[in-house]
Write a protein that binds this ligand. Structure first.
Ligand code: GUN
Length: 291
């Protein structure tokens, strides 16, 4: 069994990005600039956005954090999105989700200029990805594909079962895995799937992206399978300083001995998600996607 070290791969990618930023600066070109909009004080969102800002500093990007209280109106937020769309110094930006219930997330996502949509959530980027045009791809699916590539994991003709059909992970990943460069045969499983255990057991590559801690048990995994765990549920813990720890969607101790490759939680997919946003920001700054 090989433990896929997402932390190490992400660190390598960060170095590659930092080297490119250094070159840009030496040529006197503009420093890539990412902005993040954070509404409210949700613990998870605060942590994720803090990481995003820290990652920008680490590779030499400029970053801006724009904060609003929970009672910000949809109009105010949409006005800020418009301002960021028009600000030539900002190459890309994200609006951290979830948003408070009185704000339409879809309206906000659709207001973002697709050329600055480094989350890859805008329907134009999703559509472009589906038909194989250059696009911003959302961070977790991009990170997973990059891990498979960098570990030289064979995907062509393999059965890939993805448990979870979210717009952020499961569905876009299913598109990427079926594309010509990857050539997997993909099944997307969800809450209404019949015989889930049997289906998972047929997978050469099993991706758990349902957000239910330790959902995938040993009896659901084929001997020699590649298992990718996307779960990052925060659970209370008295063993950590912060008072919580991350739990994956895979019961690691049971599943790992059966695998050819497996991602741990933490240290697997999570760091790749973080570095993928940096990758997209560099693409946005270079204008490579939309010319
Ligand atoms: N909330 C959870 N994951 C994400 C993400 O990748 N981007 C944004 N904007 N919000 C999130």
């Amino acid at each position: 069994m090989i433990l896929i070290d997402g932390k190490k791969v992400a660190a390598e990618m960060k170095e590659e990005i930092a080297a490119k930023v250094k070159e840009l600066k030496e040529r006197g070109e503009k420093t890539p600039h990412l902005a993040a909009v954070l509404v409210g004080h949700d613990g998870g969102s605060e942590t994720y956005v803090a990481y995003k800002i820290k990652d920008c500093e680490a590779v030499g990007y400029k970053s801006s954090l724009i904060r609003y209280e929970d009672d910000v109106t949809e109009e105010e937020l949409l006005a800020k999105v418009q301002e960021l769309n028009e600000d030539d110094d900002i190459d890309g930006f994200i609006v951290q989700l979830p948003l408070p219930a009185h704000i339409s997330e879809q309206k906000v996502i659709e207001a973002i200029d697709p050329k600055k949509d480094v989350d890859g959530f805008h329907p134009e980027n999703v559509g472009r990805m589906v038909i194989g045009l250059p696009s911003f791809v959302s961070a977790t699916p991009f990170g997973i594909v990059e891990l498979l590539k960098r570990y030289n994991i064979e995907t062509s003709g393999k059965n890939c079962v993805i448990v979870g059909r979210s717009n952020i992970v499961g569905r876009p990943l299913s598109v990427l895995m079926s594309q010509k460069a990857i050539n997997a045969t993909v099944t997307v499983a969800h809450s209404r799937t019949k015989n889930l255990e049997e289906l998972c057991k047929s997978a050469d590559i099993l991706v758990a992206a349902i957000g239910v801690p330790e959902f995938v048990k040993g009896n659901m995994v084929k001997e020699g399978a590649v298992v990718i765990d996307v779960g990052t549920t925060r659970v209370k813990s008295d063993q950590t300083k912060s008072g919580w720890k991350l739990k994956g969607d895979v019961l690691f101790d049971e599943v790992a001995p059966k695998c050819s490759f497996i991602t741990p939680v933490p240290g697997g997919v999570g760091p790749m998600t973080r570095v993928s946003l940096l990758h997209n920001t560099l693409l946005a700054a270079s204008g490579e996607i939309y010319g």
